[in-house]
Ligand binder design. Structure first.
Ligand SMILES: N[C@@H](CCC(=O)N[C@@H](CS)C(=O)NCC(=O)O)C(=O)O
Length: 211
């Protein structure tokens, strides 16, 4: 198995799940900023030039959610069986992680990557921060009184591997005690610690500037 990876990016979801499964893939690191994701070599692995891609079982899979789902379908544990209501709940959280992931990506672009800085929009930052806050409130309601997203720890939790380091950089943790406690439980897992090999962030918190 070979994982195409950037520390602190969505590939952390896959690395964390593989660590939980006791699998150690070969890791090839790429960069978000040197243009290599647009190279023909990388586009042959991931057609939109996005991380992650996983070479596994004789083919390449792109899209982190597809990779996570495929891994649970080909290896025991970490997800309820197909055709059950629990499976529907698992799939909801798998895709919810990417709904939230898109908002986090927009905020990363607006707060960190976009150049020149004058091109950044306080209005867009404010809008996506509000939308992120809504996703976090939904998680807070769901996690109140529970340890994990499903009845037990699962690949749905791993799908938030990229999100956990990002969400509290834009929305303060204070209003979300159950979500913060779940994030702390995730961070305390040894497999999470092994997979968490970098961060995109240089600040603890990114305020929305005045418009
Ligand atoms: N839905 C895709 C999104 C992948 C994605 O956008 N990955 C980011 C890194 S977290 C990326 O490769 N960004 C490079 C770019 O946007 O050019 C997935 O979950 O795999």
């Amino acid at each position: 198995m070979r994982l195409h990876h950037i520390p602190g990016s969505r590939s952390m979801r896959v690395l964390w799940l593989l660590e939980e499964m006791g699998a150690r893939p070969e890791v090839r690191e790429w960069s978000l900023t040197d243009g290599s994701l647009r190279s023909p070599e990388f586009r042959a692995l991931s057609p939109a030039g996005r991380i992650p891609a996983l070479e596994v079982d004789g083919r390449v899979i792109f899209e982190s959610g597809a990779i996570v789902q495929y891994l649970t379908e080909t290896r025991a544990g970490f997800a309820p069986p197909p055709g059950t209501l629990e499976r529907a709940e698992f799939l909801e959280w798998l895709h919810f992680a990417e709904t939230q992931g898109g908002l986090l990506q927009n905020l990363n672009i607006q707060h960190i990557f976009l150049r020149p800085e004058s091109a950044r929009s306080a209005a867009l930052m404010k809008l996506d921060t509000r939308r992120l806050d809504l996703t976090m409130r939904a998680m807070e309601a769901h996690l109140t009184g529970r340890e994990w997203l499903l009845a037990e720890f699962s690949a749905a939790d791993c799908m938030f591997g990229f999100n956990i380091d990002a969400m509290f950089r834009f929305v303060r943790a204070e209003g979300c005690p159950a979500l913060s406690a779940w994030a702390a439980r995730c961070r305390a897992r040894p497999a999470y610690g092994r997979a968490m090999d970098g961060t995109l962030y240089t600040r603890d918190f990114y305020e929305v500037p005045d418009a």
